[in-house]
Design a protein around this ligand. Structure first.
Ligand code: PMP
Length: 394
């Protein structure tokens, strides 16, 4: 069939550029140590930054949640799928991040991808002439949300406050959204949120912060990037994910209650989908408890110690460790094939590190994306460091 041949040719073209993505089937729970095809591996590629994805208390809470609420929610939130557990989770999330907002309210979503689509399409639904100012390294879900909104999208270069200020100054739109990752998912660095917020307040724009990789890991209490930078403003629209440091699944938006009410009324990724199983919301209550307590604090301290160890131990000449103080520690290689070879060589040694290529990152900037977890020991990180140092010299 002609159409099938076309697809095959496209796949062939990807293969020729070393851009084919493959999946590995993991037989054990997510964690710092996993098993694939009967092989034990150290996983330096998950977003389970605090090692909570297989935490005993959260697993027990999930079982308890299933016993209390059953398995499926049975409907979307606006029909009959909004359960007591979802409502309690929303209240708890307001306690988490509400201090940084004005008249705060929270709303949970099935995934961060959907939450981002919802924020951007929901806030621009009433204004087709809205302007969206999107940071160039934003996550795909923010980019897709901007596309779906049909508003005007202006991309500003990475962390370029000057360029953003000029774009904002030139905008006549009544609705302005500045949209950014807080921790850049493939680079690990932090957006200059205080300065971005100052610009948003000056020009009357919303600052949409995607804290997928900061929620749980940043701030003394794990409340995320807003706590880390000590920000508070009515202009903030905050998105946190619950499937990374929090160890479970899902996401939430927290913002002024009017913003949240707008999302409930207008945001199609909220309205037209089945609510998550309430047991997940119930399990997340335990996860949040852990994040805020001593256990979370100790795990964040361990994570920071491992980041410092990596920084200290890597001795790279051709490759480059990208500047990052977060759990995301990319090593820039550049060439696709060399990146794949490095990933395969590490894997041979039982070290599973993500290999990131275009289109996820810009051409010529392929990299190893090392992610650290509080579940790793310093001996395990030492093993990774030695392997990467040796590999670069071969
Ligand atoms: N935003 C960022 C910055 C992300 O890295 C991700 C997930 N990789 C998401 C949003 C989407 O979150 P989820 O996986 O919950 O859909």
């Amino acid at each position: 069939m002609e159409m099938l041949n076309q697809l095959k040719q496209q796949l062939q073209a990807l293969a020729e550029q070393d851009l084919i993505r493959t999946r590995r089937t993991v037989d054990t729970p997510c964690g710092p140590r996993v098993s694939v095809d009967g092989r034990e591996l150290l996983a330096f590629c998950t977003n389970d930054y605090l090692g909570l994805a297989n935490h005993r208390s959260i697993k027990l809470a999930l079982q308890e949640g299933a016993a209390m609420y059953g398995v499926g929610s049975g409907a979307s939130h606006l029909i009959s799928g909004h359960g007591r557990a979802h409502a309690m989770l929303e209240e708890r999330l307001v306690e988490f991040v509400g201090a940084h907002l004005v008249s705060p309210r929270a709303l949970t979503f099935c995934t961060g991808y959907m939450a981002n689509l919802a924020i951007i399409t929901g806030l621009t639904a009433a204004d087709r002439d809205a302007d969206i100012f999107s940071e160039s390294l934003n996550h795909a879900s923010l980019i897709d949300g901007a596309r779906l909104s049909r508003a005007n999208v202006k991309v500003y270069p990475h962390a370029d406050l000057e360029a953003l200020a000029q774009l904002l100054a030139a905008s006549n739109a009544a609705t302005k959204l500045v949209v950014t990752d807080s921790v850049f998912s493939m680079d690990g660095d932090l957006a200059p949120l205080p300065q971005l917020l100052a610009l948003c307040e000056q020009y009357g724009a919303w600052l949409v912060v995607d804290d997928a990789h900061g929620f749980g890991t940043l701030g003394d209490n794990g409340h995320g990037a807003l706590e880390h930078f000590k920000l508070r403003s009515p202009n903030l629209v905050y998105m946190g994910t619950l499937g990374k440091a929090a160890g479970v699944s899902g996401a939430f938006v927290a913002a002024h209650e009017t913003v949240i009410e707008t999302l409930i009324q207008k945001a199609r990724p909220y309205i037209f989908t089945t609510a998550t199983p309430p047991a997940l919301a119930h399990a997340l209550l335990t996860s949040l408890e852990l994040l805020e307590g001593d256990e979370g604090r100790n795990r964040r301290a361990q994570l920071q110690a491992l980041v410092a160890q990596l920084d200290d131990g890597l001795r790279l000449k051709r490759w480059r460790r990208m500047p990052s103080m977060t759990a995301i520690q990319p090593i820039l290689i550049g060439d696709n094939a060399e990146t794949m070879r490095a990933g395969a060589a590490l894997y041979e040694q039982g070290l599973w590190v993500g290999t990131i290529r275009p289109p996820t990152v810009a051409p010529g900037t392929s990299r190893l994306r090392v992610t650290l977890s509080a579940g790793h020991s310093s001996m395990e990180v030492a093993k990774l460091i030695a392997a990467i140092n040796a590999l670069e010299r071969t």
